[in-house]
Design a protein around this ligand. Structure first.
Ligand code: OGA
Ligand code: MN
Length: 297
């Protein structure tokens, strides 16, 4: 493959990382306030590339939250055990606790986080799912921990007619409780369940900014599809997931320290490959809260 194209967005330079998805952004410094022009340029580059990689951004958690505010309202995760106790908007995708001790895979937090090793899109179980996520590689893995992203616009466009017919006009259920069934993590308490009831989301959605149609599934949360048995739903979700995971749609990100990745949860899915659980991996995420229900297309 030849050198992938570079393009300019105002003062920013974006280098394409994969033909379908991903752009590496130079010319922005998240440790300083951003101008309105820079924010607009980032938004445009984001709409075009779906996942942006900002290398070399050694910022604090407070700065990470401030950067997130340029793009929307930071979401506060509804369970305490994965949130930072210092900065409540930080969701810790980490195998250490905040005193620096490694947690074994049998720890409930690790069990819950292990769900991220399967394709998903963040907080799709909310009535208004997250717009995007910003993940900061604080301590990165060298033994795995590669984060993979797929372009769900292109996946939708390329779906064979037989699969398209099965998703058109239909909804899938997204249930946070699926995580405990999937990973053995503790079941949500009655209060958590009441605060996060399962929701039905369209399988084909329209992006509020780009107007493009995409396939909308989040396999770690999907347990039912309208109009079919749960067995058939499981088979269909598995088929769609396999289709979406083809190389032609997927960028695989190998992390460097202080990379910040910003992805659009409305038109992508992601997962992370396993790593040696005795190696520290500390990633801090903010989430841009949803401001609208998903638009069916
Ligand atoms: C996430 C996630 C992947 C990773 O933060 O939402 O799925 O690479 N993380 O840790
Ligand atoms: Mn995720």
């Amino acid at each position: 493959m030849g050198e992938l194209a570079k393009s300019n967005y105002g003062d920013l330079t974006v280098r394409r990382l994969h033909p379908a998805i991903g752009g590496e952004v130079r010319g922005v410094d998240f440790s300083k306030p951003l101008s309105a022009e820079t924010v607009d340029a980032v938004k445009q580059a984001w709409a075009d590339h779906l996942v942006l990689v900002f290398p070399d951004q050694p910022i604090s958690d407070e700065q990470h939250v401030e950067v997130t505010r340029y793009f929307g309202e930071p979401e506060v995760f509804h369970q305490d055990r994965i949130k930072s106790k210092y900065v409540r908007e930080i969701f810790r995708v980490a195998n250490t606790d905040e005193d620096g001790n490694i947690m074994p895979p049998s720890n409930p937090v690790q069990q819950q986080l292990s769900s991220a090793r399967k394709w998903h899109t963040d907080s799709s179980y909310r009535e208004k799912p997250a717009i995007g996520s910003l993940l900061h590689g604080v301590e990165i893995s060298r033994t795995g921990g590669v984060t993979c992203f797929t372009n769900m616009y292109e996946v939708y466009d390329a779906l064979p007619d037989t699969l398209k017919a099965k998703v058109e006009g239909r909804k899938a259920r997204h249930d946070f409780e699926m995580l405990s069934r999937l990973t053995g993590a503790p079941k949500p308490t009655d209060a958590e369940r009441a605060a996060m009831p399962a929701v039905w989301q369209p399988l084909v959605r329209r992006h509020p900014v780009t107007g493009r149609k995409s396939l909308y599934i989040s396999p770690i949360y999907n347990d039912a599809i309208e109009g079919v048995s749960d067995d058939e739903a499981g088979t269909l979700i598995a088929e769609l997931t396999e289709f979406a995971g083809q190389e032609r749609f997927v960028y695989e990100h190998t992390w460097s320290p202080d990379d910040i990745l910003m992805w659009d949860n409305r038109c992508t899915m992601h997962y992370v490959t396993p790593h040696d659980p005795t190696e520290r991996r500390v990633m801090h995420r903010t989430t841009i809260a949803g401001d609208a229900a998903v638009e069916a297309a």
